[in-house]
Design a protein around this ligand. Structure first.
Ligand SMILES: Cc1cc2nc3c(=O)[nH]c(=O)nc-3n(C[C@H](O)[C@H](O)[C@H](O)COP(=O)(O)OP(=O)(O)OC[C@H]3O[C@@H](n4cnc5c(N)ncnc54)[C@H](O)[C@@H]3O)c2cc1C
Length: 323
């Protein structure tokens, strides 16, 4: 089977969950070969192998972290020329999407974004991507017809599954061109995360919307989230109002989450919000308006005032935890 390159997202130590999702998807259509930039490949090798990576191409140069995305696009273009993979998978994050676009231009290839699944075309054997468009309202099937398919896969679209792989490390030495080094990273600030799980990786997410009425009332959402060991999310109405930081926005222009349990409090369920949470396994809603569209998605819904319902919920969860 031909290789499918998977660009790893990592922080130098930990492999992000989305990379395990890409490996799971790649495995069904070829030999998944990870492309790892910077430090940490040796430490991550076992984890990559656990999800079926057959090979890990390691480009350890600091150029990949010292400059913005251009060196990574150059590296992938080099590997396409050298290894002739069947496809390149990247995460459809803001960085992944930019790399995909640059790589497509460099290699004269087609690119698919917001892909949520891949199948093999019965005639050509080529890869067909399922793309979620218009805020998740429509799914289309698309196939790249030029060059090497470059596919940006939406985080949380695929459930990661383990399967053993050798994860053999193969160093790649490439001298990054001066043109790819025009935008240097001058500093990095690590976002404070606190004790709560990362939003896109949490198994429970509690989100608040405009129904909360103010930023102070997000304390209710945090209290409920903490009682469940959950991450906190927010609708765009809440983040645009400055009630909660933008990095917690769930939806089409925010994060995509797919937890076991999604709790939507005071959120109406606009299509752009649904786009980021509708694949959650169980959806629970608290809204005072029985006509709110979010109830169409709900597995369990409470029609009521969140200021009465949420404190009772927290108290009940507290009693169960104590008992
Ligand atoms: C291009 C574009 C991209 C967008 N991207 C996103 C995105 O990524 N994420 C996103 O969320 N939105 C996004 N939006 C905005 C989206 O269209 C909605 O405006 C937004 O989701 C509404 O947020 P909300 O549900 O919190 O507010 P509202 O729609 O105002 O809903 C508030 C809800 O709270 C309920 N409520 C009020 N008081 C109480 C109470 N006391 N108790 C219980 N319930 C109560 C109301 O009944 C209502 O249903 C986008 C819009 C555009 C045009």
């Amino acid at each position: 089977m031909a290789e499918i390159l998977v660009l790893a997202e990592h922080d130098g130590e930990t492999v992000k969950k989305v990379t395990t999702e890409l490996l799971t998807l790649a495995r069904a259509h070829g030999d998944p070969a990870v492309v790892w930039t910077g430090d940490g490949a040796e430490g991550a090798r076992a984890r990559l192998g656990e999800f079926g990576a057959t090979k890990v191409y390691v480009a350890g140069s600091a150029d990949y972290s010292d400059y913005l995305v251009a060196p990574k696009a150059e590296l992938l273009a080099h590997l396409i020329a050298a290894k002739a993979p069947a496809a390149v998978l990247v995460a459809a994050t803001s960085e992944g999407r930019e790399i995909a676009g640059r790589l497509a231009v460099k290699t004269g290839s087609g690119v698919l974004t917001d892909v949520i699944g891949l199948t093999a075309d019965s005639d050509s054997g080529g890869l067909v991507g399922q793309q979620s468009i218009f805020g998740g309202a429509i799914t289309v099937q698309s196939r790249v017809r030029a060059g090497t398919p470059i596919i940006a896969v939406r985080p949380n679209a695929v459930t990661p599954e383990t399967a053993p792989g050798a994860a053999e490390i193969e160093p790649v030495s490439l001298t990054v061109s001066d043109e790819a080094k025009t935008a240097r990273v001058t500093g990095k600030v690590v976002a404070e995360r606190g004790e709560r799980p990362e939003l896109t990786e949490a198994s429970i997410v509690v989100s608040g919307g405009r129904g909360l009425g103010s930023g102070e009332h997000f304390a209710l959402i945090e209290e409920l989230a903490d009682s469940l060991g959950a991450a906190v999310g927010a609708s765009r109405a809440a983040t645009d109002a400055g009630w909660y930081p933008h990095q917690f926005q769930v939806g089409q222009t925010g994060k995509t989450v797919s937890p076991q349990l999604y709790v939507a409090i005071g959120i109406s369920g606009a299509i752009q919000h649904r786009a980021g949470m509708q694949t959650s396994k169980t959806i629970m809603v608290v809204n005072k308006d029985p006509e709110a569209p979010i109830f169409e998605l709900a597995d369990f819904g409470v029609v009521g005032d969140l200021f009465k319902v949420v404190p009772q919920l927290v108290a009940e969860i507290g009693k169960r935890a104590a008992g």
